[in-house]
Design a protein around this ligand. Structure first.
Ligand code: GLN
Ligand code: ZN
Length: 762
């Protein structure tokens, strides 16, 4: 007997197979295509995406997951949530206003952008304030009609749930969330009623904010919202969709009057399955079972997945089970088919969006009693995975041995900071309030072209090296002339701070087309850790040693830290992230040693991404921070007492991890704070942080050249909390996205500001 199990998708990547979505956007922004042509191109892309899912045989195809920029921004403008500075007078939000909110305009700065939960996708933060919402247009309805008329698809509209929308918004006190929800409920209901009238069957209401933890008042709010909604639209089947973590307490969600609940059975640490087994499944609900990893690029193990389905089927009848990815497929590239350079054993172990949808169909068929075809394809999957697992570079004895021995390595520097700092002062003899930069200098078109020529073989290694050396020499001369105290080589040889190391470490591979959206039209192509990571040969020594040979001032060696390398890569899923971080840390430990052996005795190990790996649930923070800090220490704690370890982070929300930052035990840390000075300084006020610290004194994200006076004030404000003896003066991040002209002018002013403050503190 066969049972047809329903399959569903939660969201499809927007960017297109060849990033045609990105290209269309950028062409429109630059004025190369008209609004009308742009809209036509977008419609074409949207249709293709629907058809790909149709071809994969997915039963519930999402609509309204497609957007021109960001789905949270879509939700905001749909409800008229447009900040006052944009001079908006109600009604449908014009396209250019929509983009102005995302990207800024001549008359008003952009809305804030921040990370979507623990992903590298960024959404536009809605600014609600006191405005009264209105339904300016019904986007899900339009998307539903589009799919129906253009592709004959009975789509499943996706909307951001009210609870999550409010949790992600700003402009009102958290204590007033209930009142704000009451203001929004009528327009949410209006939207859903229009869908109901249209004859829509299923609606997916995304409520990922649920997984970050539910306080009693959160549960009350959910009850109010869903009570009101479900009473108003009895004809719709509502799926309350969660993802990225376990939805706890599941008891509370099961009581909500919705027809289906979607749970993530991949990133839940087993808690969702455990809860279903403990509580059983209510007879009146469907379960959206997120069984295929929406965040990884790997083919699923069919036997493990069939086992999971079987466990779920013990509690949920097959005709109430919906098989789906664990989250939207927005976080993975479109298709493996575009990859032509990977070796077969690796390529066949990959699954991007299209391949994941095919996996779902296959699992649904196999679990529902199957057909002969499914059995053959399952066998193929098993073989592919077996071949991949057997690759020798994935099971290196030497790497395993080193990781085993890692626990026996000393956990700290040989001297505590209070003692080694004296030796470092004696060695380095830096002035009060030393000035430095974060590492990179402008990556001009010339630098990028040179690298391209070298990559294409137009330039040989020697020619490219000579070019990089010239850049380094010019940067050193300039820094000396500006009067900076601690110099950098400028990172001209690096495109990207993770890719550069990935290309030089064992265990990495690079896709040709594995792009994912980061924000707006900006896409990234994360390198892939597919095997054991290990040191092969020095990666940065050549450039650092050359730079140091040109000056008597110290030049910092410059590395990317283990946690950042991990967090900005796609990572193999057969080892824990902690385990992979250890492998990277050990490889970097070699590099740090190589730098020190070569006479580089100030070494900066950047960890800008340490904050974003923080788990969504507060109770998991400690475990993560423990291994993250440990990885950093393994990479750095074996240096001489006099060697000065620096680190850099680009984030300002550190209040919840200041203890961990201190535990990293870097001698000097620089932090990006110029846009939120007050807050971060307050964080340091409460903690007695005794190590060197550079709070960025100007914002490098804008071409504006800050005045001396402005930076002087920034420094003086910081010195009210921090000791002048521990303070460093630097911009708030690397300068690679800036031009030379503004960089030079800003640094000149920064050095002058430092001199002013030194005088006052002398
Ligand atoms: N050293 C790096 C640079 O200056 C740091 C970049 C970053 O913080 N993201 O570019
Ligand atoms: Zn930074």
């Amino acid at each position: 007997m066969t049972n047809k199990i329903t399959t569903s998708n939660l969201g499809y990547p927007r960017i297109g197979k060849n990033r045609e979505w990105k290209k269309a956007l950028e062409a429109y922004w630059s004025g190369k295509v008209s609004e009308q042509d742009f809209l036509a191109q977008m419609a074409g892309i949207q249709l293709q995406h629907l058809q790909s899912q149709q071809k994969a045989g997915i039963d519930l195809i999402p609509v309204n997951d497609f957007t021109y920029y960001d789905h949270v921004l879509d939700t905001a403008v749909m409800f008229g949530v447009v900040p006052q500075r944009y001079a908006y007078n109600g009604g449908a939000v014009p396209l250019d206003l929509y983009f102005a909110m995302a990207r800024g305009s001549a008359s008003a700065p952009a809305c804030e952008m921040t990370k979507w939960f623990n992903t590298n996708y960024h959404y536009i933060v809605p600014e609600i304030g006191s405005l009264t919402p209105q339904l300016t247009e019904n986007k899900p309805l339009a998307a539903y009609r589009f799919a129906k008329t253009q592709a004959g698809i009975e789509g499943k509209p996706v909307i951001v749930g009210l609870y999550t929308f409010l949790k992600l918004s700003k402009g009102f006190p958290a204590a007033e969330t209930g009142e704000v929800a009451a203001r929004f409920l009528p327009v949410y209901i209006q939207l859903l009623q229009e869908l109901e009238q249209e004859g829509v069957a299923w609606v997916q209401i995304d409520e990922p904010a649920v997984v970050t933890g539910l306080a009693p008042e959160d549960i009350e709010l959910l009850k109010t919202i869903y009570g009101a909604i479900s009473a108003a639209v009895p004809g719709l089947k509502l799926i309350l969709q969660t993802y990225f973590e376990a939805a706890e307490p599941l008891e509370a969600l099961l009581e909500l009057p919705v027809q289906a609940i979607g749970l993530d059975f991949v990133h839940d640490g087993g808690a969702n399955l455990e809860a279903v087994e403990r509580l059983g499944w209510p007879a009146d609900k469907w379960l959206g079972a997120g069984i295929i990893d929406g965040r990884s690029i790997w083919r699923a193990d069919p036997d493990a997945k069939l086992g999971l389905i079987q466990k779920l089927a013990a509690h949920v009848p097959l005709d109430r089970l919906i098989l789906q990815p664990s989250s939207s497929l927005l976080h993975v590239p479109v298709t493996v088919q575009s990859e032509s350079k990977l070796k077969p054993a690796v390529k066949q172990a990959l699954a991007f969006a299209d391949e994941k949808l095919a996996e779902l169909g296959l699992l649904a068929a196999a679990a529902g009693g199957g057909n002969g075809n499914a059995a053959a394809q399952l066998a193929e999957s098993r073989e592919a995975l077996a071949a991949f697992r057997a690759l020798p570079e994935r099971g290196r004895q030497d790497v395993a041995e080193q990781v085993r021995r890692l626990d026996a390595l000393p956990d700290s520097r040989s001297l505590p900071f209070a003692e080694r700092v004296k030796l470092q002062q004696a060695k380095w003899k830096l002035p009060l309030l030393p000035t430095t930069t974060i590492g990179s200098f402008p990556q001009t078109a010339e630098v990028r072209q040179a690298r391209l020529k070298w990559r294409k073989g137009v330039w040989n290694e020697e020619r490219y090296d000579a070019f990089v050396r010239r850049q380094i020499a010019e940067a050193i001369t300039l820094q000396e002339e500006l009067g900076l105290d601690v110099l950098v080589h400028g990172e001209f040889e690096r495109t990207d701070m993770v890719e550069f190391f990935g290309e030089k470490l064992a265990g990495y591979l690079f896709t040709q087309n594995g792009w994912v959206q980061s924000y707006g039209s900006r896409c990234v192509k994360p390198p892939v850790i597919y095997a054991d990571v290990a040191f092969i040969q020095p990666m940065t020594v050549k450039e650092s040693v050359y730079a140091q040979s040109l000056t008597r001032l110290p030049v910092k060696g410059m590395l990317t830290g283990p946690v950042t390398i991990l967090n900005w890569s796609f990572v193999r899923d057969d080892l824990s992230r902690e385990e992979v971080a250890k492998q990277i840390a050990l490889a970097l430990r070699h590099e740090v040693q190589a730098l020190e052996d070569a006479g580089i005795e100030m070494i900066q190990v950047d960890e800008p991404a340490i904050r974003e790996g923080l788990p969504l649930k507060a109770e998991d923070h400690e475990h993560y921070l423990n291994w993250a800090v440990r990885s950093f220490r393994v990479a750095t704690n074996h240096v001489k007492d006099t060697t000065q370890v620096h680190t850099h982070m680009c984030y300002s929300e550190f209040n919840d991890m200041i203890g961990a930052i201190s535990a990293m035990d870097a001698d000097v840390i620089s932090i990006e704070t110029s846009r939120s000075h007050g807050e971060l300084i307050a964080a340091f006020e409460n903690d007695d942080y005794d190590k060197g610290i550079g709070l960025g004194v100007y914002d490098i994200h804008s071409p504006r050249v800050p005045e001396v006076e402005e930076m002087t004030q920034n420094i003086e404000r910081a010195l009210r909390v921090l000791d002048a003896g521990q303070f460093w003066i630097n911009p708030d991040c690397g300068l690679k996205t800036r031009g030379w002209e503004e960089t030079e002018a800003a640094l000149r002013n920064m050095v002058l500001a430092a001199a002013n403050v030194r005088k006052n503190n002398a």
